[in-house]
Design a protein around this ligand. Structure first.
Ligand code: PEP
Ligand code: MN
Length: 357
């Protein structure tokens, strides 16, 4: 897939591209007042949810089409581009009818191929930029599948929004960032604009600045941040919305590191990394060899592949050792789990081969 890098005319490609606005359009005054304040701080693209996906019925589910008219009023007054979330064919028709400039597909919708296909079919032949949020579950292929559905419908102005992944674990985040997933997406599609949504990752105002900086350090193209004229009174997501004044401060404090030139020092260090990776791979191959020998032994002695007690002991022991070596225990557990699963796979091959002889 090849993407058009300019999503909207007149928005320069200086990082970060900023999209800001309330979680939900609530009243005409709130939409216009927030838009005015954001335009004054230099924001060029406004966001507001018109249809809100809620976990349970009965909450505030969005104003619907009348809010689109308020947004167009805000556009007339401020000159900002307008964007909103669409989840159905009707949402798309209504947004296009009113003249919304950019659409996004929410995290719950992105997880549903039927819904994404319905949106793609409705947009066939329409030249409008679309941003696709990551699906709620950490499934990169599903995210890419959503991109492909829109791309195949002729949409070339595509971007993605990283809003984190749902978890039942207790963490400081509302949605786990799992940065490696968007990083892998960027590796596969280097020209795809990638925008961070620190509001839905963090779920709390005090996390927005740090997450925004992390996204900039990972070379993201932009940020989508929820901003409301009076966040404490917001009808949805109040804990994570910031005032336009706070947003201005957050953006002002961002450090944008854009140097691409590779210095001599850096290439020396990169060579060291290449050598070390090479050593790591050789060590891993050696470990697999031993593991295959163990597989052979287990086969000859009728032992099962998985020796749970031994595996558990390895994990605990190595995690402790890792921490003494200034690495996170969880990180090393993850590495060992991956190594162990490859060992098991290789031992299974040995068992199966023996069965087929
Ligand atoms: C939103 O942007 O307000 C929203 C509902 O986000 P998400 O789809 O990421 O939950
Ligand atoms: Mn929200």
């Amino acid at each position: 897939m090849e993407f058009e890098s300019i999503l909207l005319p007149g928005i320069d490609d200086k990082r970060p591209l900023v999209i800001a606005g309330p979680c939900s359009a609530e009243t005409e005054e709130q939409v216009i007042d927030t838009a005015r304040q954001l335009a004054d701080t230099g924001v060029k693209i406004y966001r507001a949810g018109v249809w809100k996906p809620r976990t349970k019925p009965g909450g505030f589910e969005g104003i619907g089409s009348p809010a689109l008219a308020w947004m167009m009023e805000a556009k007339k007054e401020t000159g900002m581009y307008m964007s909103t979330e669409v989840a159905t064919e009707k949402h798309v028709y209504e947004s296009l009818k009113y003249g919304i400039d950019m659409l996004w597909i929410g995290a719950r919708t992105a997880a549903n191929p039927f819904a994404v296909q319905e949106i793609a079919d409705t947009l066939r032949g329409v030249d409008i930029p679309i941003l696709i949020k990551n699906p709620v579950n950490p499934d990169l292929e599903l995210w890419i599948g959503a991109l492909e559905r829109l791309y195949n419908a002729g949409i070339k102005k595509l971007g993605v929004i990283h809003r984190g992944f749902s978890t039942t674990d207790k963490t400081i985040y509302r949605n786990l960032p799992q940065w490696h997933i968007p990083i892998e997406l960027k590796r596969r599609f280097p020209t795809l604009p990638i925008i961070c949504d620190p509001s839905h990752i963090g779920g709390a105002r005090n996390l927005i600045a740090k997450l925004s900086q992390q996204a900039m350090d990972l070379n993201y193209s932009g940020l989508i941040i929820e901003s409301h004229c009076s966040p404490d009174e917001a009808w949805s997501d109040k804990a994570q919305q910031v005032t336009p004044a706070t947003l201005k401060e957050i953006l002002h404090n961002l450090v944008i590191r854009d140097t691409v030139q590779t210095t001599e020092d850096l290439s020396d260090l990169r060579e060291q990394i290449d050598d070390l990776d090479n050593e790591l791979l050789q060590l891993l191959a050696k470990r697999m060899r031993v593991s295959r020998e163990i597989g052979q032994y287990k086969l000859e002695h009728d032992m099962p592949i998985l020796q749970t007690h031994r595996y558990d002991q390895i994990l605990t022991d190595r995690a402790g050792q890792a921490e003494r070596m200034e690495m996170s225990g969880d990180f090393v557990k993850l590495v060992l789990e991956a190594i162990h699963s490859e060992s098991v796979r290789q031992q299974m091959v040995i068992m199966e081969r023996a069965k087929s002889i």
